[in-house]
Design a protein. Sequence first.
Lengths: 276, 295
Amino acid sequence: MVTRGPARAAWWRTGLGVVFTALMLFPVYWMVNVSFTREGDLRADPPHLFPVDGTVDGYRVVLREQLPYLGTSLLVGLGTVALTVALAAPAGYALAKLRPVGGGALSFVLLIAQMVPGIIMAMGFYAIYLRLGVLNSAAGLVLADSTIAVPFGVLIFTAFMSGIPDEVLQAALVDGAGRWRTFRSVVLPLSRGSIITVSLFAFLWAWSDFLFASTLDAGGASRPITLGIYRYIGNNNQEWNAIMATAVVASVPATVLLIVAQRYVAAGVTAGAVKD
Amino acid sequence: MSSTRGGRWTAWAFLAPVTVYLLACYAYPLYRNVELSLRRYTVRSFVSGGAPFAGLDNYRDVVTHPTFGPALAHTAVFTAVSLLCQFTLGLALAVFFHRHFPLSRTLRALFLVPWLLPLIVSASTWSWLLNSEAGVVNAALGALGLDPVNWLTSPRWSLVSVIVANIWIGIPFNLVVLHSGLQAIPTDVYEAAALDGASGSQRFWRITFPLLRPVSAITLLLGLIYTLKVFDIIWIMTRGGPTDSSTTFATWSYRLGFGSLLPEFGPGAAVGNLLIVVALIGGLSYVRAQRRQRW
């Protein structure tokens, strides 16, 4: 009895935990359910709780109409990752290990930068891009999307690279490596974990961005998937199975990354929030 | 090594790209935004330049506009209710998941899903859940014998609906951060309390809650900054309507600048700048409180 008591309590908790999780994920389940529902059944009363007698028509529509949007999103996401890491990793190294004059002020500016609402950035970018004639370009969208991730990236890299022992870097310097070589062949390989975390969030944020896309890239040929979904809703489209199928496809990167890189996701969520 | 003069200046070689970037991609757009708010722009002068300087006229127009009061109230209610509910539910779940039990890790990971989904995905899913005729929420109400609610199309419920969706999106973040905060509390504190005969609720209010204060503060701050910015969810679910009933500063600013065929960039920028002032006051008062605590 003594040993079974706690074990039983633990299973009771598991049961409760499953119920909580099911409640929380119900909207996600519903999205998947609707994506497989036949058009005629979408307004059934009561709604079909399971996609029995389901259809993949919604997904056919996605494949037919949304592939270019998905391609753009992938391109913009990867571009944002490259730009973010290229800018943030050297900055993190300098702030963590070289302790420059004015480094504290720069960190403070980066902190403030994260507080600027996206709508303000969007309006400023719009005014600038319009003048320069670079609206509706994937490159312009990459630059704007990177503003969401760069301050976060510098923060993560600084926090992580502070943990690299000075002796390791000292040894590289003694061996005749310059600061750049040290950075490239010692610091970067040691920072693989934080590179993954930063890349992952930069990609997800760029992939999910709707605000910059709808203001800076609403008209051109290269529009991302968020605008593909928005166009469906905006047209007062009643094919909610196709809308939800697009939503499911748009959720694939987030889901895949959560499964294969869960600990890097958790590292990103808590970094900055929980320090010392 | 870091104290040598050479080292300090090479540091700026590594910082140069990000510094240029901050000037070009943060400072300049912000400057353009301030400039927009101080001039009287038309669509033509927006493209070709030469809009007349208008001083604070745009701000005066915005503050006296009939939408200002409701937008201010909705921003405050949206932010306060979202923060309170996300934090409370997140903390309750964090405490629940703090005790290890079979599957606890997996279930906790699954809780992250809503936070990682693109906002447009969450928002359109909620739109369909809350659809007046075909939504599953109204079907559930019907099964309980209750009347259907026009969640998104009646002025009484639209703000409630977008707040519910936003809370749902925010719970995972609060859960994960508060959970890692709980793990940082040494277990021997609890053991000592248990020896002294402290009850479960005593342990929570006397130990967990006070020791979790720093983590709670940063969670709420990040939540505040994030919630003030929320635009996507409201715009996609209700577009701030019907008749301003779910309009916040963020959606109002967007609507002025981009939501119609006749954009009003000046007032839109002015609303945006008011929003940034609020966010900065929140952020800086936190930084100050934090510093005072440390020294």
